[in-house]
Design a protein. Structure first.
Length: 280
């Protein structure tokens, strides 16, 4: 079977409009493993971006005060000792894995919440095994351009919601289980991220959603996260309304939020918006 050139282009850019909107807006599905150069392969993405006068992201954390607040939120309360929630063997395994992969052990990181350590370890796995480069990721490209051009950037989540999503959306005992799981089975995380990346290459956003919530997924990003995303998508549709009514919004969000029957694209359609793929 010979694939056409068109079929090899990932469908990740969508036009959003309604009868009451002054001008269309656009949603770009991103994948953190994709280098900025991938953006050049997306048909009409720069043309669409240049018609917009604002950028919308998951959260817009640009000032030092907000960053300091996030760092403080990642810390455990003084009354909680991380070592009390793991066996000696588990605690040693976590310490060894952090030292090998991150260069710091629990002597320096024991005050951090398990969810923070899990995300830190996952990022390091992606850097080591999947060539993830945070500074070159397509996720940050349009925010960087917006800053250079003095285009306003708005976040769909506020600082409190961002702290909740990053550090507190799971009960503490579950955070500990997830940290133990990623340390014990890092290959599951690598395989999931590789699978999602490969699906993204072909614009298979719905398959990405089903993979995350499916029974075969045993990574730390799983069905419970999918349900949190689905609930948040409903709120995001409401928060997007003023931007979409005004039009000319360029929205960049991780592809895992967009596909499936509870994804943001489907929920925008259900709310009456026209969602159309942008092609050549």
């Amino acid at each position: 079977m010979v694939l056409s050139t068109q079929s090899l282009i990932a469908q990740v850019l969508y036009k959003i409009s309604s009868n009451s909107s002054a001008a269309p807006s656009y949603i770009l599905a991103t994948n953190k493993l994709k280098d900025m150069t991938f953006i050049d392969t997306i048909p009409n993405v720069f043309k669409c971006f240049n018609t917009c006068n604002k950028v919308i992201t998951e959260f817009a954390i640009q000032d030092y005060e907000a960053i300091a607040t996030l760092r403080q939120a990642a810390l455990l309360p003084d009354s909680i000792l991380l070592s009390n929630f793991f066996t000696d063997e588990q605690y040693q395994a976590i310490d060894d894995a952090l030292r090998i992969n991150i260069g710091m052990g629990l002597d320096k990181l024991c005050r951090m919440k398990p969810s923070y350590l899990t995300e830190m370890f996952r990022d390091e796995l992606m850097k080591r095994w999947l060539n993830y480069n945070e500074e070159r990721s397509m996720e940050i490209f349009f925010e960087s351009v917006a800053i250079q051009r003095n285009i306003p950037i708005y976040g769909l989540d506020n600082i409190g919601e961002t702290m909740y999503m990053l550090f507190d959306r799971e009960p503490f005992h579950w955070q500990c289980q997830e940290l133990n799981k990623i340390i014990e089975y890092p290959e599951r995380e690598i395989q999931l991220e590789r699978t999602l990346h490969d699906m993204y290459n072909y614009g298979r956003l719905t398959d990405m959603a089903y993979t995350i919530k499916g029974p075969d997924n045993t990574s730390t990003l799983s069905f419970s996260d999918y349900k949190v995303f689905a609930k948040r998508n409903k709120e995001w549709v409401k928060r997007l309304r003023p931007y979409l009514l005004e039009g000319k919004a360029f929205i960049t969000l991780d592809a895992i939020y967009l596909g499936g029957e509870e994804g943001l694209l489907a929920q925008l359609k259900a709310a009456g918006y026209r969602v159309k793929a942008v092609n050549r």
